[in-house]
Design a protein around this ligand. Structure first.
Ligand code: ADP
Length: 499
């Protein structure tokens, strides 16, 4: 049926109808060009809002505002304690507006409302609070010296940790609010100022967050938000001569463009990129738990998770049972509007993403994989695809090598550990891995052997503000979350005093 199967919650009407402007120097402004772009509801393919289309001219203004707030203050003049207090307040305001923020994620990204509230919004609030605590705990060291060519001299040497400066942050559409929080949290805690570019597919929650940031009392110019496209606004941030660091989350392909763009002024770069993460089920696993966990590892967030367990390796004796179990879950999943409380999987984020995922489904089947569940789009408006399990997958297929970023898992059998480790690491990516076994030694051995930034044992997709996340190999540079994230936003200055 062509009927629009949900209506936009009343509480969002006025926010969606108001002009969606850029946040520059504490004020909401139109793009210099006056241009806007359409924002879509992925469940209905309808336009729900217009956002300002920022480009290089707006990025220039935003960077200048961030530069002033960094160099002249007030941000740089606040005590760490005051900074921490303001960051904490952002967390409080996110929590106070949790329902509205979750609704914005659902209307803009498509994800189920309950997931948006329990995962995206709750984790975003927690990220600001976690990072608020770090503001007062950024310390250097005192360092004893032994200078061979200055015998008898005494020195007092120490390090200062200083914010890196003006930071450009470019984020994706899969967790729009949470990715903003992962980026802004450590930048603000360390005393940096920011130009943030949300993904063009999902600008809404970041703009609402911008309002909350002002409400929290974060001074003008500290956080600037420029909505717009990657090739224009994003590229202008990455190449800007007055941006000191760029932090990017997105595809590996664009990550390489960011590195190139950053060479002009050699700005610091951190990248959180794609993945094709192995999820391993041994024959001694708790099979009920492993099957449910493996399904969740790929179907969570419609599979639009950089760390999704998209390559499923199952030990030979239980391969058929595990594939049948996950296929059963896939077939019974309720796919629909994120506003329907019974929905387990929403639409993909965009028409482009829909084409990409359905293209992979066709390619995988043409290459000889067999869909034991799903395998096609849903025949309805919106960007819906079936949760899909591909069996008879092999290592040279595109669906096994390349990141699909959709609800598609490729299942492959393995015999022993050495075969498994070779296969699991046979990827240009190295973001995450899952291991399901009751054998604790085996689990730890494999955790050490797998080249991945995060290893989940008897669980999957567990994220916490305190737990570092990031990639080996072509999955990225640097870590987000945890205190590891702070280092990316700090310079170390050594000071040496002759006594
Ligand atoms: P996807 O292909 O999944 O949409 P992208 O890596 O293209 O992921 O997008 C992630 C973010 O990077 C978005 O905010 C997008 O606008 C931005 N982006 C895309 N291309 C560029 C580019 N050439 N330079 C800077 N940012 C870009």
């Amino acid at each position: 049926s062509a009927a629009i199967e949900h209506s936009i919650p009343k509480s969002l009407h006025s926010f969606l109808a108001s002009p969606k402007q850029l946040l520059i120097d504490g004020k909401w402004v139109d793009a210099v060009s006056g241009k806007t772009f359409d924002v879509f509801d992925p469940a209905t393919d309808q336009v729900i809002a217009q956002a300002a289309e920022g480009d290089a001219a707006d990025v220039d203004l935003a960077v200048a505002a961030a530069r002033r707030a960094f160099d002249l203050g007030p941000w740089s003049k606040l005590t760490a304690s005051d900074r921490g207090r303001l960051i904490w307040k952002i967390g409080d305001l996110i929590e106070a507006n949790a329902d509205e923020l979750a609704q914005l994620e659902t209307i803009d990204n498509g994800k189920p409302l309950g997931v948006a509230k329990a995962a995206d919004v709750a984790l975003a609030a927690d990220m600001f609070r976690y990072m608020a605590g770090w503001a007062t705990k950024i310390e250097g060291n005192t360092i004893p010296l032994n200078v061979p060519y200055a015998p008898g001299s005494q020195f007092h040497a120490f390090t200062l940790k200083e914010p890196v400066g003006v930071v450009g942050q470019i984020i994706p559409w899969n967790f729009p609010l949470l990715m903003a929080a992962w980026k802004l949290g450590p930048a603000l805690a360390t005393g940096c100022t920011v130009v943030l570019k949300p993904a063009e597919q999902t600008p809404l929650s970041a703009l609402r967050l911008g309002e909350l940031i002002l409400e929290a009392g974060i001074p003008s110019g500290v956080v600037n938000i420029v909505t717009g496209f990657g090739e224009t606004a994003g590229a202008a941030i990455a190449s800007h001569p007055d941006v000191d660091k760029v932090a990017f989350t997105g595809s590996t392909e664009v990550g390489k463009l960011i590195i190139n763009a950053a060479t002009g002024n050699l700005k610091k770069v951190t990248l959180e990129l794609g993945g094709k993460s192995p999820n391993v089920v041994y024959d001694d696993a708790d099979l009920g738990m492993a099957i449910a966990g493996a399904a969740d590892a790929i179907f969570f967030n419609q599979g639009q998770v950089c760390s999704a367990g998209s390559r499923l390796f199952v030990q030979k004796g239980i391969y058929d049972d595990v594939v049948a179990g996950i296929s059963e879950i896939a077939k019974n999943m309720k796919v629909g509007s994120g506003f329907d409380a019974t929905t387990q999987m929403g639409p993909l984020v965009s028409r482009e993403q829909f084409k990409r995922v359905t293209g992979y489904l066709q390619a995988g089947i043409a290459e000889g994989a067999e869909a034991s569940a799903g395998g096609a789009a849903l025949d309805r408006p919106g960007y819906f695809v079936q949760p899909t399990v591909l069996k008879h997958a092999s290592e040279n297929m595109s669906v096994v090598r390349e990141e699909i970023f959709g609800p598609v898992v490729a299942a492959m059998p393995f015999g022993d550990d050495s075969e498994l480790i070779g296969k699991a690491n046979n990827s240009s990516y190295g973001l995450a891995a899952g291991i399901w076994t009751r054998d604790i030694s085996k689990a730890h051995r494999l955790a050490k052997s797998v080249k991945a930034g995060t290893v989940w044992i008897n669980c999957y997709s567990i994220f916490d503000a305190a737990l570092p996340f990031g990639g080996y190999k072509q999955s990225g540079w640097g870590r987000e979350m945890g205190h590891a994230a702070l280092e990316n936003y700090l310079q170390t200055k050594s000071v040496c005093v002759k006594l």
